[in-house]
Structure formats: structure tokens, C-alpha cells
Design a protein around this ligand. Structure first.
Ligand code: AMP
Length: 283
């Protein structure tokens, strides 16, 4: 069967209703398109675990804190649909902004605390935009399971808390970060790196690994752990650091002492491109 492309909410709902009638379980993979191997991992797991897979492609305007980032975001619907087809996706839901936001939006979802630091601090309003659009997608598709990458660990924590707090009947499935051979986390934004920026970009993951090695070696104090990451990043002069944090893996609250699982997370700029990454550390 070839993939079905739905451009409206009514169309995707009809496709899902049809699948439901046949007794199929439904998996949802929300994306902003420019699909790559990271998205592929989410789709493959959804394909294994559910009978009817819906991938959504929507560059959500309300989650961008910088207009330039929204304008420059790659839009490659045709090749994305082909990508989905090859991976056995059943339906692609690719609405335009008028379909998702026909009227002025007066309702939004705010997940407090988890949203306040790191990405939330440097991208004001970002998680409100994410939580709101994901809540809408959950209500539109009504999937049994929805797949999110650990690459965006804070986003994953925000979505998990939203689903728990609002009793949304969907199981959130985390998927491990897919990396290039040199360690760089795969991201649509990597396309914007110049060849020289791309060459030095793996320094981000290497810095996080250096910090993680310190925790594995027994360090429980966050100061030296952050310092190890910052020192590693400082060796690449092209990199401008926005933050390095060590956060509780569940609440995503920065911690001072390490007593349980933490995520070491960072955001950096390479020229005009902002990159984020994180690693899990379970002492
Ligand atoms: P995006 O299209 O960037 O909004 O990402 C859509 C989904 O794919 C999110 O759940 C991301 O966390 C996930 N994702 C993006 N890049 C990767 C990656 N390299 N590995 C695993 N998941 C990823």
C-alpha cells in the first residue's frame, strides 16, 4: 500500500477511523519534516509496535521564538512523503498553518517548571507552542502510542507531564538519539552548517561525553562536571555556548548534586546555527 497524504484534519481523521474500524492500533510520529535517520528511528519503532502509522509534518509557527529560524526551516514535503512511503508509513498528515490555526488561538498548554529552564529559558514561549500543537495532534489523531526522540529530552519530559496531568489517553514512547558516525546528533539544522562548522560540530557530543565520564568516575558534584564540558567546548573557538546544564532526568530540573539519573544537556551556536544535544548518565 502506498502512503496516503492528508492535508486536512477531516482527511486524517477519516483515515484513522477507517483503520480503527479494521481493529488497527494507531501510532503517531510528530515531526516538522526535513526527515532524516532520527525521524526514521521513530517511524521504524512505530511500524513495529502499531498497525497504522501516522507521521505528521508541520512546521509549527507558534513554537519558533525567532522568525528567522522559522523562515529558514527546510520544507521538503515531496521527499518527506517519499521517505515515509519507503518506511511503510500509512498516512502523512501535513496541514498548513491555516488548517491548524484557523482562528486566533486563545487556548494554550503551559507545562510549568519543566519548561522554565534550558530550552525554555533561551527560547521563550517555545514549549508552550510545542505542548499546544502536540495536544492538538493528540486530539486530532487519537493514537494509542506516540513516538518522541531523546534528542529533545526536555521536550519529551514536557510531553510526558502534559499527558499525565491532562489524562490524555496515549502512551509516550521515547526513542534513543540517532547520531552520525562522528557522534553529531542528526538534526535538520545540521544542513545549515558550513563544511568547516560541520567538521567541528561533533565537539558538542564529545564535550557531553567528557562530562559524563567524570560522573561515571564517581564525581557527584555538578560544578566540575559542567566545567569539564565547558573546557572541552572552549577548545573549539567557533563554538559559542548558550548553556550547559546537569538536570534530573525526569523533572529536567538542574541539580547541584548528582544522586540519580541525570541528563547533561547543552545548547551551542556555530555561526548562525543553534545545536542542542544531551546524554543520559545513570550513576
Ligand atoms: P523535529 O522534526 O526536529 O521536530 O523532530 C521530530 C521528532 O524527531 C522529535 O521527537 C525529535 O526528538 C525526534 N528526533 C529528531 N532528531 C532525532 C535524532 N537524531 N534521534 C532521535 N530522534 C530525533
Amino acid at each position: 500500500m502506498s502512503v496516503r497524504l492528508a492535508r486536512t484534519i477531516a482527511e486524517v481523521r477519516a483515515l484513522v477511523a477507517d483503520a480503527r474500524e479494521r481493529g488497527a492500533s494507531v501510532g503517531l510520529v510528530p515531526t516538522m519534516g526535513a526527515l532524516h535517520a532520527g525521524h526514521g528511528a521513530l517511524i521504524r519503532l512505530a511500524r513495529e509496535e502499531t498497525a497504522f502509522v501516522v507521521a505528521t509534518i508541520f512546521v509549527n509557527p507558534i513554537q519558533f521564538d525567532r522568525a528567522e529560524d522559522f523562515d529558514r526551516y527546510p520544507r521538503t514535503l515531496e521527499t518527506d512523503v517519499e521517505f515515509c512511503h519507503r518506511l511503510g508509513v500509512d498516512a502523512v498528515f501535513a496541514p498548513d498553518a491555516a488548517e491548524m490555526y484557523p482562528d486566533k488561538l486563545l487556548t494554550s498548554v503551559d507545562v510549568a517548571e519543566i519548561s522554565s529552564r534550558m530550552e525554555g529559558e533561551f527560547r521563550p514561549g517555545h514549549f508552550r507552542g510545542v505542548a499546544t500543537v502536540v495536544a492538538k495532534l493528540f486530539h486530532i489523531v487519537q493514537a494509542d502510542r506516540a513516538y518522541f526522540g531523546e534528542k529533545d529530552a526536555q521536550q519529551l519530559a514536557v510531553i510526558q507531564k502534559m499527558v499525565a496531568d491532562l489524562n490524555i489517553p496515549v502512551t509516550i514512547v521515547p526513542v534513543a538519539t540517532v547520531r552520525e558516525a562522528d557522534g553529531l546528533a542528526i538534526s535538520s539544522r545540521n544542513q545549515r552548517l558550513s563544511p568547516e562548522e560541520r567538521r567541528v560540530a561533533p565537539a558538542l557530543y564529545q564535550a557531553l561525553c567528557a562530562a559524563e565520564a567524570l560522573i561515571r568516575g564517581g564525581c557527584r558534584d555538578v560544578g566540575p562536571v559542567k566545567q569539564a564540558a565547558l573546557a572541552a567546548l572552549a577548545r573549539t573557538p567557533e563554538i559559542r555556548v548558550e548553556y550547559v546544564e546537569v538536570a534530573d532526568a525526569e523533572t529536567m530540573h538542574p541539580v547541584e548534586r548528582i544522586s540519580g539519573a541525570v541528563r547533561i544537556a547543552a545548547a551551542i551556536w556555530l555561526g548562525k546555527t543553534r545545536l542542542i544535544d544531551n546524554v543520559l548518565s545513570t550513576p
